[in-house]
Design a protein around this ligand. Structure first.
Ligand SMILES: Cc1ncc(COP(=O)(O)O)c(C=O)c1O
Length: 450
């Protein structure tokens, strides 16, 4: 290694060279100096507008002053951390606040370090409560990449090469109650895991009656209903939980990402008393499920400060109004373009779904890309939004034809308008200029070389 090598070079050498290469190919391997609110500032002086929020981590915006101050204070007070032999007051306070906001049966909390770990916890607790092993999930779901969570995902890309996962899992089409009942009626499933809005699955919203009816079916056949609200929780869709839009009372809810203001790893499983009691059922079993960093004081303090910000700044309502504006403006601006199939979403979680073009000229180019990689078209959209307009976004991990728009809830109308104009220009380029397609072919050639 030479003295001029930077952390970015070391990352490529020591951490994940392919990730580094992919970002470089897309022209997105930039170095960020400061990130505030919904803006990211690079070391070369560019301002990037964040319309991804780290996959719904930054609901209160990057480095919110109140969360940063709370963390500074927590460090300065030199309080108890990771004693593993005391009851964390901060965890108690945060659990109390979360249960108050979640309502329904959700009256107990287990704190973990990530969304996946929250899902793993839900798997164990559902099994303990029901005495059943089976697990049911929905097509195109994303629940995390640890072995248990991955067992609840049908995406071949994520599973390939990692061997056999949990046995006795089954997948049903999202939104299909008949298929759900057929599976549940075997009475072998501990729980049905589902996202109220499938974020990586293409920003697909559960049909209005789906979740309440799924809940009834789960009760009828003795399974638990687990909502994965890792992306949709913490006011992302307007209400504290997306469950609140649908009038459903899940037995468990998984939260993570935005819970600690985007600054400290965290995860939480909210559950009914009965489920919690099934695991922590006696003194002997007091630590039968636990994790070292789960209730760490930084995550708990950040969580409390984040809830204060979300409430004081009324970010749920603000996000709901801005998100609705965004979808109205996108629907109008993109109406003339044949490749735009739909604009949909809830609160500040929106998706633009594209479709194959009908015009022969576009179809030939589109098919060429698809043969190279099914995600190529969307990835070039992402690249152009970043390069030409300074906007960070992504396509959905399990639905490559959907571009996500999920800015921090603190974004404003001006930024919404900037995004709408940028995507309109990019989509116009797709339809009316050969540059979009030739760029993509250039990218494909570069990919083939590396
Ligand atoms: C809906 C959903 N569930 C679970 C997870 C896993 O969370 P983590 O990456 O914190 O393990 C994710 C991650 O993106 C997610 O989007």
């Amino acid at each position: 290694m030479s003295l001029t090598e930077t952390g970015v070079d070391h990352y490529a050498a020591r951490v994940n060279p392919q990730w580094s290469r992919l970002l470089s190919l897309l022209g997105m391997n930039v170095s960020y100096e400061r990130c505030l609110g919904s803006e990211l500032f690079t070391s070369s002086g560019r301002r990037i507008l964040d319309f991804l929020s780290g996959y719904c981590v930054h609901n209160v915006g990057h480095n919110h002053a109140a969360v940063v101050d709370a963390l500074r204070e927590e460090l300065a007070r030199c309080g108890p951390v990771m004693l593993q032999s005391h009851v964390s007051e901060l965890a108690g306070e945060l659990a109390q606040r979360l249960c108050g906001l979640a309502r329904g049966k959700l009256s107990k909390v287990f704190f973990a370090n990530s969304g996946s770990e929250g899902v793993e916890t839900a798997i164990k607790f559902a099994r303990a409560y029901t005495g059943r092993d089976g697990l049911l999930c929905a097509e195109r779901a994303f629940h995390g990449l640890t072995c248990g969570a991955l067992s609840l995902m049908d995406g071949a890309y994520w599973r390939k090469g990692f061997g056999n996962l949990l046995p006795e899992t089954a997948v049903v089409p999202f939104g299909d109650l008949e298929a759900l009942e057929r599976q549940l009626s075997w009475r072998k499933f501990a729980a049905f895991f589902v996202e109220p809005v499938q974020s990586e699955g293409g920003v697909r919203l559960a049909p209005p009656d789906y979740l309440p009816q799924a809940q009834d079916l789960c009760r009828r056949y003795g399974s638990l209903l687990v909502l994965d609200e890792v992306q949709t929780g913490m006011y992302r869709t307007g209400t504290f939980l997306a469950a609140h839009h649908f009038g459903v009372e899940p037995d468990m809810v998984v939260l993570a990402k935005a819970l600690s203001g985007g600054l400290v790893p965290v995860g939480a499983l909210l559950m009914s008393e009965a489920v919690s009691d099934a695991v922590f059922s006696s003194l002997k079993r007091a630590v039968v499920h636990a994790c070292t960093f789960g209730e760490n004081s930084l995550a708990m303090r950040a969580g409390l400060a984040t809830l204060d910000v979300l409430e004081d700044e009324n970010l749920g309502e603000r996000g709901a109004a801005l998100g609705a504006l965004l979808r109205r403006r996108l629907t109008a601006a993109l109406a003339p373009y044949e490749m735009v199939r739909a604009v949909r979403g809830a609160g500040m979680l929106s998706g633009i779904e594209f479709r194959e073009p009908r015009q022969l000229r576009l179809r030939v180019a589109f098919e060429t890309f698809r043969r190279i990689h099914p995600g190529m078209f969307g990835q070039v959209l992402v690249m152009r939004m970043f390069r030409d307009h300074g906007i960070l976004t992504q396509i959905c991990g399990n639905h490559f034809m959907v571009l996500k728009a999920a800015p921090p809830l603190v974004a404003d109308e001006e930024k919404i308008e900037q995004f709408v104009e940028a995507i309109r220009e990019t989509v116009d380029l797709v339809h009316n200029s050969s540059t979009f397609w030739s760029d993509a072919l250039g990218l494909a050639r570069r990919v083939a070389k590396v």
